[in-house]
Design a protein around this ligand. Structure first.
Ligand SMILES: NC(=O)c1ccc[n+]([C@@H]2O[C@H](COP(=O)([O-])OP(=O)(O)OC[C@H]3O[C@@H](n4cnc5c(N)ncnc54)[C@H](O)[C@@H]3O)[C@@H](O)[C@H]2O)c1
Length: 322
């Protein structure tokens, strides 16, 4: 069994420690500069608690690191782990700069290590069903796409204060925009250019897909809704397709409508995808197969998000994706 360390025992780290790792044989090390958080995760998983990756590497003989730290710290922790010979799973957004993202992909490639990104959407059954329906031509040619992620962020998610505002980790674009870009790329393929309007808490994106189709996405964490959901629609020449991602209940799924029939698949909760992501990563380490979301896919999502941030800063206008 792979000896895994969890780096970052905050809100997300605690969730995977409680809901994912116990069924996968536990963790070897729980790392957080806050000893109480490391201790709490250690208790949940049978791990030894540490306050730094260096200490855990020295004392616990770890082989893989699951990174759940604030965004601007992803690159430093990932590079330290890779350079010490550990496989890595890192939360979205992959990094906060393209140069860091390229360095991370190169470090993994050079060392022959698995670098996977904890980007949930490609692991959701609803998204996989939607991709299969699109590939089979069920709604004809794609005409346009749109997605929405609207909720009110609070509780443990804002406890440490880095998520909001204009700090190096802050803003909805980096946090939720990454998920929405991943979703639109899953449904509509590569992005050629993006334009953005809004502020740190609410953003509207217009994406020019490489296929020539246009997509839009609205993100806000200032608006409550009747259900904690994200959704996307793909409009086609022969029908339309809807994806619902449910963060609270088990109402996630894919709906395909054509004039001839209407079909719904799935009863899915968003958080199920966390177990699938970790299993996929550990499977890739064991078998040498490529993970569902390798580093270069995290880099591709980030390139779109950073281009959108550039558009936002400039006050609008399309920015080409490098
Ligand atoms: N995929 C999802 O559904 C999802 C949901 C929430 C958060 N996230 C991601 O998880 C990551 C963490 O978010 P969060 O809400 O749990 O943040 P958080 O602030 O609650 O937790 C981050 C933890 O990292 C610790 N930390 C800081 N530097 C560290 C280091 N060098 N080594 C080890 N630990 C360190 C902090 O002390 C803190 O406890 C972010 O990348 C975020 O985007 C993903």
């Amino acid at each position: 069994m792979t000896r895994v360390a969890l780096a970052g025992c905050g809100a997300m780290g605690e969730i995977v420690a409680r809901t994912v790792y116990p069924a996968l044989g536990g963790l070897t090390a729980a790392i957080d500069p806050d000893p109480a958080r490391a201790g709490a995760v250690a208790e949940l998983t049978g791990a030894r608690p540490f306050t730094s990756l260096a200490e855990a590497r020295r004392e616990a003989g770890i082989e893989a690191v699951d990174v759940r730290v604030p965004h601007h710290l992803h690159a430093a922790v990932v590079l330290e782990a890779l350079r010490s010979g550990c496989h890595v799973l890192v939360e979205k957004p992959f990094a906060t700069t393209l140069s860091d993202a390229h360095a991370m992909v190169a470090a993994a490639d050079d060392a022959g290590l698995v670098l996977a990104v904890a980007e949930n959407y490609p692991h959701l059954r609803a998204v996989r069903d939607a991709r299969a329906a699109l590939a089979a031509g069920r709604i004809g040619d794609v005409v346009a796409l749109r997605s929405t992620r609207a909720y009110q962020v609070g509780g443990v998610w804002v406890r440490d204060g880095w998520r909001h505002g204009g700090g190096p980790s802050g803003g909805i674009l980096l946090d939720q925009g990454t998920h929405q870009v991943s979703l639109l790329r899953c449904l509509g393929g590569p992005v050629a250019a993006v334009a953005a309007a809004g502020d740190a808490d609410t953003v509207a994106l217009t994406l020019r897909m490489a296929s020539g189709v246009t997509a839009q996405s609205v993100l806000t964490w200032s608006a409550p809704g009747p259900a904690a959901q994200a959704e996307a629609t793909v409009l086609g020449t022969g029908g339309r397709l809807g994806v619902v991602v449910d963060y609270d209940a088990d109402e996630g799924g894919c709906h395909v409508w054509t004039p001839a029939r209407s079909e719904h698949t799935g009863k899915e909760n968003y958080y199920d995808s966390h177990r699938r992501m970790v299993e996929d990563w550990l499977g890739a380490i064991r078998t040498g197969a490529e993970p569902v979301v390798p580093g270069r896919e995290g880099l591709a999502d980030l390139a779109v998000v950073l281009a959108a941030a550039e558009s936002l800063e400039r006050g609008g206008g399309f920015v080409e994706i490098p």
